[in-house]
Design a protein around this ligand. Sequence first.
Ligand SMILES: [Zn+2]
Length: 68
Amino acid sequence: MTGTVTPTAPSPTLSAADRCDRCGAQARVRVVLVSGDLLFCAHHAHAYQDKLRATAVDWVDETATLQG
Ligand SMILES: [Zn+2]
């Protein structure tokens, strides 16, 4: 899979301590909603993006910046 690299995040990034809200894997995407943040692994970010993109305030995708 080839992703597009969007340099959107000037703020601190996700760390190994951040976990996917759905499966507990290391989070690669932060979805900012008016009600708060959600963290997802790449798999679940993809799974939920159709639903969440419409309401997300911000969508920080760090799948391209984190290795391993
Ligand atoms: Zn997940």
